[in-house]
Design a binder for this molecule. Structure first.
Ligand code: ACO
Length: 354
């Protein structure tokens, strides 16, 4: 039976390295707090004007090159992001045009930090149904558009200005510090190909969503619940800044990620001893350490990159895959467990052989 095999991967990290110390110039935070409570040491930000599609283009080109696939062979695009270039149209078609692909179907999906896992299932289902053979699955984000900082704050972040921020602005930035210190920009892509034979490729997916508590992690305004969907009152209230109840999300992430990992292993008659690697969404290193302990997985099987990139939402899991693949850590047939949790709430796990 045909199923999806990850045949190549690629990523793109933007040029501007931002250390925790730089954030401490524009809000009340510290390198020690951020490292200890989240595991983040640095993140990378795009230059103003660079979009999610701009990052996805080089990531996808690298994935195609490593898979040995020509652009004209691609017959489907799945683009996962919560930070699209435009309200509409979605990024899938923009990427299709920029890569010079044929006018193939393009899906835009928005399951936030679980977006890549949802995208992989969509790609695998198309392969199994005989609807596609060569698919680009992309996870990419430019979170910096969410950062509601003034030009003066950005200048201080870049080290161009030394003078302290005005107290009102400092307080405003401090009110949302639990959120802004976590995120970075980045993109990663995989090329999925139809493959026959059980020894390689996707083994199983287990995805879930529950919207009951969506408002614990969401952007409260700038949506079509409002008429018009954006207005000055929403901007003045800061309704375009995400709400995140950190402790609640932390608890849900540790619970759901552990449960879904155990469930997918059990239903495939596998144990953690069968796994070569575990690649978890990178929202907070402490979340992943908790899940690792609960599952009883040794350190050498768990890969982190949150210390370098922060949380890149839909890009974290394919970024990890790409780094591990390039480092020779995913050999043919190696069993890898992918696990994620994100806004929605959405969560899931995928078992895939290299
Ligand atoms: N710097 C310094 N102090 C801070 C910062 C900061 N950046 N952020 C919060 N604090 C302070 C708080 O104000 C609070 O101070 P107080 O005790 O004086 O009131 C104290 O630290 C503790 O705050 P908590 O919110 O309890 O801190 P916690 O240890 O829970 O860490 C965090 C907060 C990092 C947000 C954590 O809860 C977390 O990671 N939650 C999960 C995030 C996540 O997984 N998001 C999902 C992915 S995003 C997506 O899907 C789009």
């Amino acid at each position: 039976m045909l199923h999806a095999l990850i045949a190549g991967s690629g990523s793109e990290i933007p040029p501007n390295l931002v250390k925790n110390e730089a954030l401490a110039r524009i809000m009340d935070t510290s390198d020690a707090w951020i490292r200890e409570r989240t595991g983040v040491e640095t993140r990378y930000f795009v230059d103003a004007g660079t979009s999610t599609t701009d990052l996805a283009v080089p990531a996808a080109r690298r994935a195609l090159e490593r898979a040995g696939v020509a652009p004209e062979e691609v017959d489907l695009v799945v683009f996962a992001t919560m930070t699209p270039d435009h309200f509409f149209p979605g990024n899938g078609g923009l990427l299709q045009a920029r890569l010079g692909l044929r006018p193939v179907p393009c899906f835009d999906i928005r399951q936030q930090c679980t977006g890549f896992l949802y995208g992989l299932q969509l790609a695998d289902a198309h392969v199994r149904a005989g609807l596609a053979k060569t698919i680009l699955v992309v996870g990419a984000e430019v979170h910096t558009g969410f950062m509601p900082w003034s030009a003066g704050a950005w200048a201080r972040l870049a080290g161009d200005v030394d003078a302290p921020l005005a107290p009102g602005e400092w307080e405003f930035n401090t009110r949302i510090r639990h959120l802004t210190v976590l995120f970075g920009d980045g993109a990663a892509a995989v090329v999925v190909r139809a493959h026959e034979g059980a020894g390689r490729g996707v083994v199983d997916h287990l995805l879930a969503a529950d919207g009951a508590d969506y408002d614990k992690l969401c952007v409260p305004g700038v949506g079509f619940k409002h008429r018009p969907f954006v207005d000055h009152a929403q901007i003045d209230r800061g309704d375009f800044v995400p709400i995140m109840e950190g402790r609640y999300v932390f608890k849900m992430a540790t619970t759901r990620m552990t449960e879904v990992a155990q469930a997918i292993l059990a239903r495939n008659g596998l144990t953690t001893g069968d796994l070569s690697l575990v690649l978890m969404h990178q929202a907070n290193k402490r979340i992943n350490e908790y899940v690792q302990r609960a599952l009883g997985i040794p350190d050498e099987k768990v890969v982190h990159n949150i210390h370098k990139y922060g949380n890149t939402t839909a890009a974290t899991i394919p970024l990890l895959w790409d780094e591990c693949a390039r480092a020779g850590r995913i050999g043919p047939g190696d069993l890898v467990l992918l696990v994620g949790f994100g806004a929605g709430m959405t969560w899931g796990a995928t078992l895939v052989r290299g």
